[in-house]
Design a protein around this ligand. Structure first.
Ligand SMILES: [Mg+2]
Length: 191
């Protein structure tokens, strides 16, 4: 079986201007390409993006815009010889779409479970990395370890999670912290 690191996209890998639809506005956070390279080629993780893109349902961006942004992310990463293996996104929102379509939306683990089935992923040996409480809840429900990125150290999402009795396995202040945490877990026995 394969292992994977699932990443939220906006606010985790790239700066989040809100409903990002312009590929020319993609800006990755510091150390993202280097750390993704290490995760993929030193630790043998598959790399996936799992993203809510309700801007589509809201009529603010088109599906082709989301795809263009995804392609741009891979183009930037290609300069560092690494690529995301697959992008999963949920275009729906309960205020704009029928409920039966919204089951993909995080915190639902549906997109992660779909990726796991498609790519033969061992979720217990996998990680979910995101900047929102919904990312952590999604990862927990799917059975991965979870990393919350808190670039501003404002602890807002940590507080939200605490109210429902959940905490991420690790809180990262930047992308290098993610590498340090995951490499530490890999060195633990029985993992
Ligand atoms: Mg996000």
């Amino acid at each position: 079986m394969n292992k994977a690191v699932f990443f939220d996209r906006d606010g985790t890998l790239n700066l989040d201007p809100g409903y990002l639809g312009d590929p020319n506005k993609v800006s990755l956070y510091e150390y993202v390409p280097e750390v993704l390279y290490k995760l993929k080629f030193e630790y043998n993780f598959k790399l996936f993006i799992v993203s809510n893109q309700s801007g589509i349902a809201r009529g603010l961006i088109k599906e082709s815009d989301v795809i263009a942004v995804n392609n741009r992310i891979n183009e930037i990463l290609n300069a560092n010889d690494v690529t995301i293996d697959a992008f999963f996104y949920c275009p729906y929102h309960p205020d704009f779409s029928p409920p039966e379509l919204c089951t993909c939306r995080k915190p639902s683990p549906e997109m992660v479970l779909k990726a796991a089935a498609e790519y033969n992923i061992d979720l217990k040996g996998s990680f979910f990395v995101g900047d929102k409480s919904s990312d952590i809840l999604c990862g927990k429900s799917a059975g991965t370890k979870t990393v919350l990125v808190d670039y501003n150290s404002d602890e807002n999402e940590i507080k939200t999670l605490k109210k429902v009795g959940i905490s991420p396995n690790f809180v990262a202040g930047n992308f290098l912290d993610i590498d340090t945490y995951i490499s530490g877990v890999l060195q633990e026995d029985n993992f």
